[in-house]
Design a binder for this molecule. Sequence first.
Ligand code: SF4
Length: 85
Amino acid sequence: MKDITKHYSNGEVTIVWKPGVCIHSEKCFHGLPSVFNPNEKPWINAEGATTEQIISQIKQCPSGALSFFMNADATKEDGNLLDKL
Ligand code: SF4
């Protein structure tokens, strides 16, 4: 479980979630329930808020289970990265 990494993208930002690192503090779904909703599958809806709101919420994750990268930056560094996700 520790090594699993999931990606959810709205085309601009990609949310990275590591379930093995999550400490279930519930900060994410209390802070931005339109994106982070454990009652839905998948539980992360990257289209549920603006990129700015998503990034600001991810920065509040206390465990580091949530992180993100901008798709434009990933494409710049490695043109094929997004195909590998
Ligand atoms: S804020 Fe981070 S640690 Fe808390 S439930 Fe969400 S992903 Fe898990």
